[in-house]
Design a protein around this ligand. Structure first.
Ligand code: SF4
Length: 270
């Protein structure tokens, strides 16, 4: 995929800390993107054995609420907050619904929806997606295209959410059952937000969003799904790497910039 940068984009890249150069020879082999892009060690201290035990978790799970497809924004927020539809409710500190501008009872007015995989330790503690170092990197990337999670002027707002609303213990991979249980919440978020572009960050977000339109999505490396515009619920979807992975694979930052440029193109397409 070719990417031609004008001076404005180069300035944005510099602001992101992305080096603009293309190697003449293939780069050394990079670490594979982790199945679940957990925060790097510096971003999230490992839980110590001495950490106080969490309050007793419920022993009985309940069914996922019905009628998600017709819920209002506040109904959806309440349903997620009280959800016990999979085993992750037993180990979470709190659910992580998502973050965007204009918090309140109506869906934020946003063109961009960023979808990650699942809360990590810091996200579970703070109740907000993409915090810590990976979150800072995401914020810088969003800023480079004129966006922020809170939409503070002159930046426009973007909504950020995960496929899973609860943290898998130890940042393990989400199970297919957990994804299946939780996905209706994201589906309703998309329906209510009506974004003009979705950026799917990381393998599990990509698989969850494209499983109905890319038949062999689970068998395809994420890199093969980049560089083209997919669809989810009629909304254009661009695939990119998870920011936590980029912290370990710095040369891939340039590819993520290319993905954001593709998202900008898709957003402007008639
Ligand atoms: S991960 Fe999703 S389905 Fe499972 S308990 Fe949390 S909100 Fe419910």
């Amino acid at each position: 995929m070719s990417l031609e940068l004008d001076s404005r984009q180069r300035a944005m890249l510099e602001a992101m800390g992305v080096q603009v150069w293309w190697p003449e020879t293939p780069p050394a082999e990079l670490p594979a993107e982790p199945a679940h892009a957990a925060p790097v060690a510096t971003a999230a201290p490992v839980r110590q054995a001495t950490e106080p035990a969490r309050a007793a978790a419920p022993t009985q799970r309940t069914e996922r609420p019905t009628g998600i497809a017709s819920m209002s924004w506040p109904q959806l927020q309440a349903a997620v907050a009280g959800c016990e539809a999979c085993a992750l409710c037993r180990t979470r500190t709190q659910t992580v619904f998502g973050v965007g501008p204009q918090p309140g009872d109506t869906p934020p007015q946003v063109d961009w929806l960023i979808v990650g995989e699942a809360p990590g330790e810091n996200e579970d503690l703070q109740g907000e997606p993409f915090v810590g170092q990976a979150g800072k990197l995401l914020d810088n990337m969003l800023k480079a295209v004129g966006l922020s999670r809170h939409g503070n002027a002159p930046l426009k707002g973007a909504f950020i959410a995960n496929v899973l609303k609860c943290r898998p213990p130890g940042n393990r991979n989400p199970s297919p059952e957990e994804v299946a249980q939780c996905l209706p919440y994201l589906q309703r978020q998309v329906a209510l937000l009506q974004p003009k572009i979705i950026v799917a960050a990381g393998r599990f977000a990509v698989q969850a969003l494209l499983q109905e339109t890319v038949p062999d999505v689970h068998a395809q490396p994420l890199g093969k799904l980049r560089g083209r515009v997919h669809r989810y619920q009629g909304v254009p979807v661009v695939v990119t790497y998870h920011p936590a992975y980029l912290l370990r694979a710095l040369p891939e930052k340039a590819k993520t910039w290319a993905d954001l440029c593709l998202a900008l193109e898709a957003l402007d397409a008639p």
